[in-house]
Design a binder for this molecule. Structure first.
Ligand code: SF4
Ligand code: FES
Length: 215
């Protein structure tokens, strides 16, 4: 399929037991935005054990990949927090826990609150929207005047977060044998450490697992 600029839209294809096979990707970048080598098809590691990250080096051939979802993962459920001017929607089940929301706007996103951790009246609508647009996983979205906003208009790109997931933007297609559907078709985060309970999506487990790009 082609995008608006007439280029083929990249697609990520895989089964539960194989790496991410990405086709037609022009923009693969590291955490600092430096371009990484890519091609008409590139295989990216999802078991976390490649010695040539972010690329697959075939290690899964001996150690295996288990792409199944696991018991005990956070519920895939959207909760809405209604404010005077904006309603914030949140799906804890797909959060990659990079902290962009609570670091940027702690008066709205207060992670020390166990219940009602989001206050939609805690800052200006402008700042809330700017912060939600930083959310890489698609966990956060919002509605204003009954119109839901989730997807942005960006060029297709895969960013390799330092010691973390693949951050996908720009409507890159996702096709797997579990019929996985990201919360936002425009942006989502894919596990590349092998420890997520919500594969193929990142659930923040890379921190507890001590996943490191240097290993
Ligand atoms: S993924 Fe989104 S909701 Fe989760 S911590 Fe980051 S910005 Fe917040
Ligand atoms: S990269 Fe985040 S859980 Fe695997």
């Amino acid at each position: 399929m082609e995008n608006n600029s007439g280029k083929k839209r990249p697609v990520i294809t895989f089964t539960m037991y194989m790496p991410y096979m990405v086709s037609d990707l022009e923009n693969l970048v590291d955490a600092e935005g430096n371009k990484l080598k890519t091609g008409s098809v590139v295989a990216l590691c999802r078991c976390g054990k490649s010695k040539h990250k972010p690329y697959c080096d075939g290690t899964h051939g001996t150690d295996g990949i288990n792409g199944e979802k696991e018991e005990g993962r956070k519920k895939d459920k959207v909760i809405s927090y209604k404010g005077e001017e904006i309603t914030i929607h949140d799906n804890r089940g797909v959060c990659s826990h990079d902290g962009a929301c609570w670091r940027n706007l702690p008066t709205v996103f207060n992670k020390s609150m166990k219940f009602k951790w989001i206050d939609p009246d805690g800052d200006s609508v402008k700042k809330i929207v700017e912060t939600i647009e930083l959310c890489p996983s698609g966990a956060l979205s919002y509605s204003i005047g009954g119109t839901k906003c989730q997807d942005l208009l960006r060029e297709p790109q895969i960013k390799v977060a330092r010691d973390g997931p693949l951050e996908i933007t720009g409507f890159i297609g996702l096709r797997d044998d579990q019929d996985s559907k990201p919360q936002s078709k425009e942006h989502y985060t894919l596990c590349r450490c092998g420890a997520s309970k919500n594969k193929p999506f990142c659930d923040g487990s890379h921190k507890k697992a001590g996943f490191s790009d240097d290993e």
